[in-house]
Write a protein that binds this ligand. Structure first.
Ligand code: AMP
Ligand code: MG
Length: 404
């Protein structure tokens, strides 16, 4: 039997980030930078005020106190968006707003709160330190500086920087297109009343959402009947237009395990047993030149296999350096058993108690128990050699909270 780590390596294979393309700024959210980004101007790009107040010369305010206000004439106003006014003459002030360029000769900005706010002759009751409340040109970023490295995951904070340096089109690794195919004669779509022996296809919806949450585009196909000819036709067609194909079901030892039957006939896909619970039967390889991962049919097995094998692959295609979910240490607050010789991925709920992260095992750990899966927010990774987790044991958990 193959270990989890070994199968992770096989599924990743020599996959690489997809080629670069340019996309509009907001379309880059969730993607990964493919080239370094250089600032073509400094940030801030001009000296400006960080407060609403008055641009002053420091010497003019020596000795200003509450009981001895200094009175100075106000020589105009500068709002954000306006050009810097004429020079600031000694013995005068200019009223200035946050973000407005400071006039030449300004040594500090006095916040309006230290003044009476007048627009003709202002009374100021405190002397500022030199440079106070002036944001200097280039103090954030210098012109020509590399502000973001390739491999940077783009999020709202990164988008702020991309916008600030004026980029409208962003060089990113192309978003993968992942096709999700569910298989099984028993499956009907949500919204249809299941007949005798039928169930609703939850996997293709779960996997489509999981693909999207991982940052890729997902195309849902299914349910496809347990019919070899039909499945082969769908697989060949989808391989033409996908960066990755995922199937669910049809890979165990049953008589109608069509995914295994078709792909064994076509070749290029290895079906193996992985020493894990849930999710023992796994397959991976290629249809034509398109990578395919065949996930087990049981919903929990399907989900766990996606998390452990497929999500890292999608992240690799997106160009991420970090492929794994955050791993946290948590204290077990219940008890459960784990099969000998297999890595178990147990569904747990996380909560804080007295400043410690606690992991509460979900009641039903069967691979068909969708309720426990829906309630879980982490997977506890119980290593092969451990057969039981007890209250107070330290667990390593894969944190499923949060999207990409
Ligand atoms: P299989 O591997 O096709 O034998 O499926 C194993 C189990 O998972 C069976 O109980 C199936 O009914 C169930 N199953 C397969 N596909 C799906 C699906 N798309 N949604 C929900 N359950 C499924
Ligand atoms: Mg089936």
């Amino acid at each position: 039997m193959r270990s989890v780590e070994e199968h992770q390596r096989v599924v990743l294979g020599d996959a690489d980030a997809l080629p670069a393309e340019r996309v509009a700024l907001l379309d880059a959210d969730g993607l990964v930078l493919a080239e370094p980004v250089t600032a073509s101007w400094p940030l801030p790009s001009f000296d400006n005020s960080s407060m609403d107040g008055y641009a002053v010369r420091v010497d003019d305010l020596a000795g200003a106190t509450d009981s001895h206000a200094v009175r100075l004439p106000v020589r105009g106003d500068i709002a954000a968006g306006q050009e810097a006014a004429q020079r600031l003459d000694p013995g005068t002030v200019v009223r200035i707003m946050t973000g407005a360029p400071v006039p030449d000769g300004t040594e500090a900005v006095v916040p309006v709160e230290w003044t009476d706010g007048a627009t003709d002759v202002v009374s100021i009751t405190r002397a500022p330190d030199p440079g106070a409340h002036i944001r200097l040109r280039g103090e954030d970023v210098a012109a020509g500086e590399v502000v973001l490295e390739p491999g940077t995951a783009i999020n709202a904070r990164v988008i702020a920087m991309l916008a600030a340096v004026g980029l409208a089109e962003i060089p990113v690794h192309r978003r993968p297109r992942v096709t999700v195919i569910s298989t099984g004669d028993e499956l009907v779509d949500p919204g249809c009343e299941p007949g005798p022996g039928q169930i609703v296809d939850s996997n293709s919806y779960m996997l489509t959402a999981a693909v999207r949450e991982a940052g890729a585009d997902a195309v849902r196909v299914g349910p496809v009947r347990d019919d070899e000819e039909e499945l082969e036709r769908v697989l060949r067609e989808e391989a033409e237009r996908s960066d990755l194909i995922l199937t669910s079901g049809g890979v165990s030892m049953g008589a109608y395990d069509t995914v295994k039957a078709v792909l064994t006939r076509l070749g290029g896909v290895d079906f193996v047993k992985v020493a894990m619970q849930p999710g023992m039967p796994q397959g991976s390889g290629h249809v034509g030149s398109t990578p395919i991962v065949t996930l087990p049919g049981n919903p929990v097995s399907s989900f766990v296999s996606f998390e452990v094998f497929v999500r890292p692959l999608i992240r690799r295609l997106l160009g991420h350096a970090e492929l794994q979910r955050p791993r946290l240490h948590a204290i077990c607050s219940g008890e459960f058993t784990s099969p000998a010789g297999k890595t178990q991925f147990a569904r747990v709920r996380l909560h804080m108690r007295d400043g410690l992260l606690m992991a509460e095992p979900e009641g039903g750990q069967g691979s068909h128990i969708i309720g426990g899966l829906a309630r879980a927010d982490a997977l506890a990774i119980v290593p092969e050699g451990v057969s039981r987790a007890a209250q107070g044991d330290e667990l390593t958990v894969m944190d499923l909270r949060g999207g990409a």
